[in-house]
Design a protein around this ligand. Structure first.
Ligand code: FO1
Length: 325
């Protein structure tokens, strides 16, 4: 089979979405209920990717895939539903570090992806194959086929700063080391994956999903070409704030934003994105932030952003899209 056999024909991309993991996955599950899925292209962060036990794991791509495929584990917030962990537990027998909990079903995805990458297919081609296997109609594209890695420079209280991969800081060290700096190794020399710039250039609406602005959206913006294109299309770009009432809905965004000087609020998100984003959707509880946000040149829309069900997410997606039409 030629490597491109699983690539889709170039369909017009009506909505392009920049996506991280869980928050993006929930929003996209709403978006595909509110808009035709075939008109949606999600450009997904790959800087959290890491090899475990020789397998190439893409947590954000998999969160979005499993959620859109209706097989995500809603209790854990990652991985597959009805998951078991017998294989990863058994690896412990050999003295192997198994703090990153790869489930038995999830392992099939990583085995398939790793094998295909070794056979010479690109990450975009393999991602397309995997999403089709889960009968997903929207298009998912990794932001790049190149290897980029989030590196968190962190220190325990009074400790020497040291570099950690995202999963080491987040899962193994439970976000305890204090963040001093973040950079995206390899991003400068990376190219957007085929279809990324075209999706952004052609989209009627570009949505920045409610994802961590530092480690989910940050790596996408660091890939040459993406931020400039967003800035050119600023009037078409809308972001949903992942921060509600001064705290992240889920995840460690506050522990990354605060040390980097970004206010932990929907205002902080708007300020961070203002060069390339015309509109921010924030939660109704943050109505008092509207004046500050408008003062930095970003239009405000309020909505219920707490996506407690796919129905609430679909309603939010309808408001986001409606605000840009
Ligand atoms: N998150 C955890 O908190 N603990 C885990 O053991 C864990 C395993 C895991 C395995 C596969 C996968 O795709 C994701 C996994 N995650 C786990 C989630 C992951 O760390 C985060 O969701 C993202 O990297 C943040 O976007």
């Amino acid at each position: 089979m030629p490597p491109s056999a699983f690539l889709r024909p170039n369909l017009p991309s009506v909505i392009a979405a920049l996506a991280g993991g869980v928050g993006a996955a929930k929003f996209l599950a709403g978006l595909v209920r509110s808009e035709p899925p075939r008109e949606i292209t999600a450009i997904v962060n790959v800087a959290d990717d890491q090899e475990f036990h020789g397998l190439y794991v893409c947590p954000d791509i998999d969160s979005v895939t499993y959620t859109l495929g209706g097989v995500n584990n809603t209790k854990l917030g990652w991985g597959r539903e009805s998951e078991t962990f017998r294989t990863i537990d058994e690896l412990g027998r050999f003295g192997v570090a198994n703090w990153f909990r790869l489930g038995d079903l999830d392992l099939a995805t990583h085995i398939f992806r790793t094998d295909q990458l070794r056979k010479g297919r690109t990450l975009a081609e393999v991602t397309n194959h995997i999403t089709r296997s889960f009968e997903i109609e929207a298009t998912l594209i990794p932001a790049t086929n190149d290897r980029i890695t989030t590196v968190i420079t962190a220190a325990a209280a009074n400790g020497e700063p040291h570099d950690l991969a995202m999963q080491e800081w987040f899962v193994r060290d439970r976000c305890e080391p204090i963040v001093r700096a973040v950079h995206f190794e390899g991003a400068d020399g990376a190219s957007p994956a085929p279809g990324v710039l075209a999706a952004l250039a052609d989209a009627e609406i570009i949505v920045i999903c409610p994802s961590n602005p530092v480690i989910s959206i940050g790596p996408l913006l660091a890939i040459p070409g993406i931020k400039d294109l967003l800035a050119d299309r600023r009037d078409r770009v809308v972001a949903i704030s992942p921060i509600v009432a001064g705290a992240p809905v889920k995840g460690p965004a506050d522990l990354l934003m605060r040390p980097l000087g970004i206010e932990v609020s929907c205002f902080g998100v708007a300020e961070q994105y203002r060069e390339f984003c015309s509109t921010v959707v924030f939660d109704i509880v943050d109505q008092d932030q509207a004046e500050r946000i408008e003062a930095v040149g970003v239009r405000c829309v309020s909505a219920d952003t707490m996506m407690t069900s796919p129905d609430v997410a679909a309603k939010l997606a309808g408001i986001v899209v409606g605000a840009m039409r």
